[in-house]
Design a protein around this ligand. Structure first.
Ligand SMILES: *Cc1c(COP(=O)(O)O)cnc(C)c1O
Length: 576
């Protein structure tokens, strides 16, 4: 028998009182004194990354649970940590001062919006009524035809996501893939009389004279695209232009014959470079591949807006040249009349952040409150096929949620009908979070367009203020902090400061190769909870000597020491 060291196995100190793990059981009688559970094989406290403010021992869950006092201490430590980080949260595009206490009643209610939002189901404990109101609100804001009508292909269809825009991107690309690879659409199911249970998910028939690639979509997105897109194409088995280009046409990169294919479409200052996207799209369209383009509207790191109207027009014009604007898709039975007509391209808009405020910024511009606003991105553009937004980002919710929206006529057929839930299974998840629809409904009900227009204009101005302050700091210190703001972005990026500051403000990092050097940037996001006071505090922290350990010393540091003599920490950061 091997001896177990005290730091592993049943003797591992466990829980708030450092009790040996095997002594942490309650008085429950256990057969032979050995409960049928697995003891730790090592000390978790040595294994996990710790938060200094909350020792892991305090929150470990012994088999007997925590007593009242232990619970209060653990929860108190965790609460102080969360509240401190909430106060200084500046590095992500997530609004963090929330106001939903009035909905606490529903924490003790189960709300599950399983299945299609427009079909009531036998699962009556849902908030689909509110979900439909929320979807109509956004359909109007994003200029889609509404209300949703299953018999009108021009009206919108959508649903409230259980994840954020990652799910919206996944679902949008899934819908795009099925559309472009010729699978039967939902609207065709009734017309053609196909038996939904057997043939709805089969592939289209390739006709004589059609390209061998006619049903093989190829995906395009820029180098500033969120990682969820890369995940989505992988999960869905969609090929990117890089993959097909470098495997089938290795020497034919249209951006430079003989040079390697770029992995993503190059961008300029965060926005997709339309001048480079066009030849890439043309290369594949000319060979008959259907075209799938995903655009960013408020890119993750730089907050940049792809020029959606220009890309939409460019892609449509190229596709028209090669017969991909409208094409016939023939189905299994092979009779000449058994086809539908649809586009051979799909444009998806990843507007995780931008769709939440840009419409109000457009209104602010039209009212003369701000000088400029980002380009149009919504269903006014006939080429826009699908759109997603995260609910927790601009608006702010206590957990991830979001909206997916498309046009009813583009809906794909769900793989399987689902009698069990009593509603068509047209969404990605099974059970869907019904509380999120309630949160979105609550927020929109309590904020008028006027409120939201003012808020968007304030954040836009605050981003400009932060940009000015950081440029001034850079001047003063005489050190290149790489301060930059993409046009009209809500974020300003700059050189990563030391670890203390990064942690205090939750600053996210991105390392890029720029101007021939490796640079690690962080950014500051002007979302509704950010205040000028917090920007000022960050700037003050960054004036301290040593704030940028890898930036060397500049002429400004000496003066910076003086300014620390009388720190004026602003405590009143809360808005209300
Ligand atoms: C945050 C973000 C996503 C992912 O959204 P989640 O809500 O985190 O799933 C997708 N795209 C962009 C541009 C984002 O900024």
């Amino acid at each position: 028998m091997s001896t177990t060291p005290a730091s592993s196995g049943p003797d591992v100190p466990f829980g708030p009182e450092d009790t040996p793990w095997q002594k942490t059981f309650s008085g429950l009688r256990v057969v032979d004194g050995v409960p049928a559970v697995t003891p730790p094989s090592g000390d978790p406290r040595d294994t996990y990354m710790d938060i200094p403010e909350v020792p892991f021992a305090k929150v470990q869950i012994p088999p007997a649970g925590l007593n009242g006092q232990q619970y209060a201490e653990a929860e108190g430590l965790f609460r102080r940590y969360v509240d401190a980080q909430t106060r200084n949260f500046a590095g992500y595009q997530v609004t963090s001062d929330l106001d939903f206490q009035r909905l606490s009643h529903y924490l003790d209610r189960h709300l599950n919006n399983v299945g299609d939002p427009y079909e009531s189901s036998s699962y009556t404990l849902n908030s689909k009524l509110l979900e439909r109101a929320v979807l109509d609100y956004f359909a109007s804001l994003w200029n889609a035809k509404w209300p949703h009508d299953g018999n009108d292909p021009e009206t919108y269809w959508g649903y409230v996501l259980t994840m954020g825009s990652s799910e919206g991107n996944l679902y949008g690309l899934w819908n795009a893939r099925d559309h472009l690879s010729g699978k039967l659409l939902l609207r065709e199911r009734e017309h053609t009389g196909h038996d939904p249970a057997s043939v709805v998910y089969t592939q289209a028939l390739r006709r004589e004279g059609q390209s061998p690639h006619a049903y093989e979509p190829v995906a395009f997105f820029s180098q500033d695209t969120h990682y969820s897109l890369t995940k989505a194409v992988r999960v869905l088995g969609i090929n990117t232009f890089h993959h097909i280009g470098s495997t089938r046409y290795p020497d034919e990169n249209p951006l430079g014959p003989g040079t390697p294919w770029p992995t993503e479409v190059p961008s300029r200052d965060g926005a997709i470079d339309v001048g480079r996207l066009a030849p890439l799209v043309r290369f594949f369209a000319s060979k008959g591949y259907p075209i799938l383009v995903s655009l960013n509207y408020g890119s993750t790191f730089k907050g940049a807006y792809d020029d959606v109207p220009t890309v939409a027009r460019t892609v449509r014009e190229i596709c028209t040249e090669y017969g991909l604007d409208r094409r016939r898709v023939y189905h299994d039975r092979g009779t000449d009349s058994d086809f539908d007509e649809r586009s051979g391209f799909w444009i998806h808009i990843d507007a995780a952040l931008g769709a939440g405020y840009a419409p109000y910024l457009h209104m602010a511009r039209d009212a003369g409150m701000v000088d400029e606003a980002p380009p149009v991105f919504d269903f006014r553009l006939p080429e826009v096929h699908s759109l997603t937004m995260s609910g927790h980002k601009w608006m702010g919710t206590p957990w991830a949620c979001g909206i997916y929206m498309t046009r009813t006529g583009l809906q794909m057929t769900p793989p399987k009908s689902s009698e069990y839930i009593g509603a068509t299974d047209t969404t990605f998840a099974g059970s869907r979070n019904g509380f999120s629809s309630l949160l979105l409904w609550d927020y929109l009900s309590r904020h008028s367009y006027d409120d939201l227009v003012r808020l968007a204009a304030e954040c836009h101005q605050l981003a400009g203020y932060a940009h000015d302050r950081l440029l001034a700091l850079q001047d003063k210190l005489g050190v290149d902090l790489w301060v930059a703001r993409s046009p009209q972005a809500l974020t300003v990026r700059f050189r990563r400061p030391g670890a203390e500051i990064v942690r205090k403000y939750s600053l996210s990092c991105e390392t890029v190769h720029e101007d021939g050097e490796r640079r690690t940037y962080v950014h500051l996001y002007a979302v509704p909870h950010l205040r000028r006071e917090l920007v000022d505090e960050l700037v003050r922290d960054m004036r301290q000597p040593g704030a940028f350990p890898d930036a060397g010393t500049g002429p400004g540091w000496a003066g910076a020491v003086d300014s620390l003599a009388a720190p004026s920490r602003t405590e009143a950061v809360a808005r209300h």
